[in-house]
Design a protein around this ligand. Structure first.
Ligand code: NOJ
Length: 736
């Protein structure tokens, strides 16, 4: 976020005119309260839902029958800095009050969870990350920004940048996977896409990178759980994407729920102030997660809400997304000197900066002509086409024995599994304003593509199997395509699973289908890597479909019928079995690396290696790698790495060539391999190309346990290949 001097002056001049109450008002992110019939504040309603006093169904009913209090009086009085919003008409109304009726006319930020699209939903992040396509990451983000702005949303709670290495964690679905470098490239592209070049253009929004920080390392993959890690691990792995996002200009960040080494991230001066603001120089603001400040009392680090509020503000948290902790307690705390005025001023300055930079003072409203664009009409053609491209590029072919796929168009396909006929489950977690009518189920996709297909539900992630339908499916089809996996509610927030095999009776369903003797293709629809050891052993072809968004059905049909050649890779390693998570390719080595021998780092009863490692994904064609060469550039600042890539199969295909590095001997134990770069290459059948990477020496270091970046001379290994497992390698001596 770059502001001109004039813009900075504007911020200062507003700040200079503000009363203490108005300053505190800017730090308050307000949500509409639910009123009528059930008269409690919205936050309490959420708490009741969270602690089980209210079921999802009851909550839904209340939401449908109640009305909202939008706190117009508070807005008028300057007590609100930002609102949760998703209704452009309402957004304009509230904005008008803020701009025309409040004393200083400061516009509101309107925040919303636009995680992987708003009206047009594209693939969940873990899937999209597997496309390894930075340009795509950026374009889908721009599309989301454009739709957001037309909905009155000017602040997106995205991108989610948590490195996630334990697939039990439900939020694996929301972020770019297990690798910090891929995460950093994803972060940069998303910030560019959301925020654009000129933020004053009405098609862009302020991004909110989250969850800051290390939330993905929650112990045992249980959501909201504690995190413990060394400073070196924090900087090398969990901070990299955030660092990149700040360099790209991220306007805001959201503090995560977890404590990090004993200090909750909402009140953590090291992560908020030392690292993010003073270290990276982030000039935007940090908002808490929902109730995050208040929860510091439950964490046991604050005596009461007031104490939590004071700690949070002093630590560098600038805005409260929760039950009015700043609003209720900051005034007295500032007056008594427990929160210095300079700290409050710093928070307000950061919030105002985002508003000025976004151009909200000049363009506070959603223009009349765009208000109805997405809510009432169809998804614009170009957005739908982009959603299709994203879905196509995110599909991953995991197994294809005897080239069972693609299917012959004439074959009779028995399509099995309740997920195959669903328009709602293809969307995935955290999709908020989409319309069912825009979606294409897998069944519809196959029908549209002219496949000879008949649908038999047979069973799904929940409920019983239907033996009669299974019998009919086996009898009718030449081949069975079983669409199995997770419902959208099985991943996302508060959706950790201890057992990450196919849920319910779906493995049993597969067994029954296989027993019929018909060939079975497994199409997966899921929000996390699943433990697929059994499936890999028994099912001849497996296509990973994730939750691919509104055009999932078209993309899957195209892949099954061979109209497209899959090119996606997995952005997170898949285990063979439960019990071996966390699992990630770039782990530090042990003194006894896992092997066949008993006294090594392994399990007696399960493989220690990934079934499908990070970066893995097949194609309908085949690629071969040869001739890896590493040469130091003249001047000695970088290495040039070249290799030959050949398409040795029978059709055109796209490969993601990956470059990895290992520091063989360093002052701290380093990962066995870490991704440094990647490149997508499209080759015609029989075509061959030289692929060239440039690895800067500056990129060959690591952070130590004081957070200092070190470049240490010595032996390194360079790897290049089509996955983190299958690589050519070459050792080099490096002098910095
Ligand atoms: C809680 C989630 O952790 C966060 O990702 C989300 O942005 C906020 N709630 C607001 O909905």
């Amino acid at each position: 976020m770059r502001l001109t001097q004039e813009q900075e002056r504007k911020v200062e001049s507003i700040l200079a005119r503000m009363t203490l109450e108005e300053k505190i008002g800017q730090t308050n992110l307000e949500s509409p309260s639910i009123v009528g019939g059930f008269d409690v504040p919205f936050e309490e309603l959420i708490e009741m839902l969270t602690d089980g006093r209210l079921s999802n169904e009851e909550f839904g009913k209340i939401m449908a029958t109640s009305s909202r209090d939008y706190h117009e009086d508070d807005i008028r009085a300057g007590r609100v800095g930002a609102m949760m919003g998703d209704d452009p008409v309402k957004a304009n109304e509230l904005q008008k009050i803020a701009v025309e009726e409040s004393r200083l006319g400061i516009p509101l930020l309107m925040g919303f969870d636009v995680i992987h699209g708003l009206r047009t939903v594209y693939p969940i992040a873990i899937a999209e990350a597997g496309s390894f396509d930075d340009d795509l990451f950026e374009r889908t983000a721009s599309m989301a920004a454009k739709e957001s702005r037309a909905h009155g949303i000017n602040w997106n709670f995205a991108p989610m940048l948590d490195v996630a290495r334990d697939s039990r964690w439900g939020r694996v679905s929301e972020g770019p996977g297990e690798d910090p470098r891929l995460g950093a490239r994803f972060a940069r592209a998303k910030i560019r896409g959301l925020q654009g070049d000129t933020a004053s253009d009405r098609n862009y929004v302020a991004a909110c990178m989250k969850h800051y920080v290390a939330y993905g390392a929650c112990e045992s993959g249980r959501d909201y759980n504690t995190t413990m890690m060394s400073t070196s691990m924090l900087h090398n792995v969990y901070l990299e994407a955030f660092r990149a996002a700040v360099e790209e200009g991220a306007a805001s960040a959201m503090a995560s729920f977890n404590d990090l080494n004993g200090v909750p991230c909402s009140v953590n001066p090291y992560t908020l102030r030392t690292v993010l603001k003073d270290g990276y120089g982030m000039n935007g603001f940090v908002v808490s997660d929902a109730n995050g400040i208040k929860e510091c009392v439950a964490h046991g680090i604050a005596a009461d809400e007031e104490d939590a509020g004071i700690q949070a503000m002093n630590a560098g948290l600038d805005m409260d997304m929760g039950p009015h902790i700043f609003k209720n307690y900051l005034k007295k705390a500032v007056e008594e000197g427990r929160v210095p005025m300079e700290i409050l001023d710093d928070a307000v300055r950061r919030i105002l900066r985002v508003k000025v930079w976004l151009g909200l003072f000049e363009n506070p409203y959603v223009p009349e002509e765009s208000i109805r664009t997405y809510a009432d009409s169809n998804v614009p053609e170009e957005h739908s086409t982009l959603a299709l491209e994203a879905a196509e590029k995110s599909l991953v072919l995991l197994k294809n024995e005897d080239n069972l796929l693609p299917l012959d168009r004439e074959q009779k396909i028995s399509l099995v599994g309740k997920l195959a006929d669903s328009r709602t489950e293809i969307i995935g977690a955290w999709a908020m304003s989409w319309q069912e009518r825009d979606c294409v189920s897998i069944r519809e996709g196959l029908e549209k593509a002219g496949a000879n297909v008949r649908y038999f539900a047979c069973g799904g992630p929940e409920g019983e199997l239907d033996s009669e339908e299974i019998r009919q499916a086996a009898e009718w089809g030449d081949v069975i395509v079983a669409v199995l996996g997770e419902t959208d509610a099985m991943s996302g927030e508060a959706s950790s699973r201890a057992d990450i095999t196919l849920p319910g009776k779906q493995r049993k369903l597969l067994k029954k289908l296989l027993k019929t003797g018909k060939k079975v293709v497994l199409v997966l629809m899921n929000g996390r890597p699943l433990a697929l050891g059994w499936e890999d052993q028994h099912v001849p072809a497996i296509l990973e479909g994730w939750h691919l968004g509104i055009r999932m059905g078209d993309a899957v049909a195209a892949a099954l019928l061979g109209d497209l050649n899959p090119e996606g890779k997995v952005a997170s390693s898949f285990p063979a079995e439960n019990g071996i998570e966390p699992l990630y390719y770039n782990h530090p080595n042990t003194g006894r690396p896992g092997s066949r021998s008993k006294f090594t780092s392994r399990y007696l009863d399960a493989p220690f290696e990934a079934l499908y490692p990070f970066g893995f994904g097949l194609s309908y064609t085949a690629f071969s790698y040869s001739g890896l060469k590493v040469k130091e550039e003249e001047g000695g600042g970088a290495f040039e790495i070249t290799l030959r890539l050949a398409n040795t199969g029978a059709r055109e295909g796209t490969e993601t060539v990956q470059l990895y590095l290992q520091d063989k001997a360093a002052s701290l134990v380093r990962p066995v391999k870490e991704l440094k770069d990647y490149m997508k290459v499209t080759l015609k059948a029989g075509e061959e190309k030289t692929v060239r990477f440039r690895l800067s020496k500056k990129d060959m270091g690591f952070y130590d346990n004081s957070g200092k970046y070190l470049l240490e001379d010595g032996l390194f290994k360079i790897f290049a290949g089509g996955s983190s497992r299958d690589c050519l390698e070459e050792e080099i001596m490096v002098k910095f």
